[in-house]
Ligand binder design. Structure first.
Ligand code: MN
Length: 206
């Protein structure tokens, strides 16, 4: 089994004006597909790896032969991260319930949570991701380089936790619309976070 590009659960223009149609289209069809294609070249050579889901694989990168491990860290990572990212976007949801209460408990307020997320996302040097993760019983914001995912483990990425929401801060995620203004893109994210999905993920992991 090869990895397949998942369909988006909405139209490319569904997140406008916050995330523009052209960026969403290129990001999905070109960038995400490229990670899948690169990972699939490894799966073609090592078909025994194809029995794992991409989430299982990135949580167990030591099952990948040494000379392909960085390739799969980057490309299976890219596939897992983007698959997560699309699901984590939607217009019109509201942060509420136990997730909101826990964010307020762990960050002081929703405003303070957003400020810290913006600060950490803005401080990522080069390409990477910013995540709200669950570490044991606490919500924490972490940043990873390249296509690393907190599920890969602390020994590999330097961070740990179960992803609840994620923001892609590679330039390809925003440059067409926002150019060098990464902070504007980060702030626009608050209009398109799928808090329903986040609450479901949080409830499953608690
Ligand atoms: Mn991306």
């Amino acid at each position: 089994m090869n990895y397949l590009l998942p369909s988006l659960p909405y139209a490319y223009n569904a997140l406008e004006p916050h995330f523009d149609k052209k960026t969403m289209e290129i990001h999905h069809i070109k960038h995400h597909q490229a990670y899948i294609n690169n990972a699939n070249t490894v799966l073609a050579t090592y078909p025994e790896l194809a029995k794992y889901s991409v989430e299982e694989l990135i949580q167990n990168l030591d099952i990948v032969p040494n000379d392909k491990r960085i390739l799969m860290r980057n490309n299976a990572g890219g596939h897992a991260n983007h698959s997560f990212f699309w699901q984590n976007l939607k217009i019109g949801t509201t942060l509420s319930g136990y997730l909101k209460i826990t964010i307020e408990r762990d960050f002081g307020s929703v405003i303070q949570f957003k400020e810290e997320f913006e600060r950490i996302a803005g401080a990522r040097f080069g390409s990477g991701w910013t995540w709200l993760v669950l570490q044991e019983d606490k919500l924490v914001i972490v940043s990873t380089a390249n296509q690393d995912n907190p599920l890969m483990g602390e020994a590999i990425t330097g961070v740990k936790g179960i992803p609840i929401i994620a923001l892609d801060v590679w330039e390809h995620a925003y440059y067409l619309q926002y150019q060098n203004k990464r902070l504007d893109y980060i702030k626009a994210f608050w209009n398109v976070v799928n808090w329903d999905q986040a609450a479901t993920r949080f409830a499953l992991k608690k």
